[in-house]
Write a new protein. Sequence first.
Length: 193
Amino acid sequence: MDPLRRLWSYGLSLIRDPRTYRFVAVGVATLILAEALMFGMVDLLGAESFLSAVIVTELVLVTNFFINDRWTFKTYNDPSNRFSARLLKFHVSRLGSIAVNLATFYTLNKVFLVHYLVAYFLAVVVAFTFNLITSFVWVWRVSPTNYERIGKGSVGGQSAESSLMTDMSAHLDQSSHSSTRCQNQWSSSSTST
């Protein structure tokens, strides 16, 4: 399967996977938490907005990891990928997105003078896709639901008729092999009689 089709199949699998929507729900909840913390630190405590964004980002990052680990990927079961390793990989995978997040925030808030709450929201949205993919592929090392089947071409990119024809062809091949075995057994038993 060519890389573009494989990427398309992976994307479709992510859309179909219920864990994606849990991941989104956790992201939305922690974004609301981040906005509340930013408001509290900047407007109520008078802290500088960029320093507040750095502190809030780490607090929300750890909260996001714990909720995703316990709820989104709760059925995850790979003893070789320990909790501490997942937490470390989660942080490493987020270094890039944190840099993008903070650079976007800084550019929007300090250069373009966008309100800090709007700037922070947009910065989080920019980093989301990267976070989703690294969470599935590297941190928890899970494939989206049905990705294996899509990767093999039996669902997804094919039409329903094409998928049905593939399944029927496989079934006919199995029937043909069974029929040949029966004929061979019948021939050998009639020869020995």
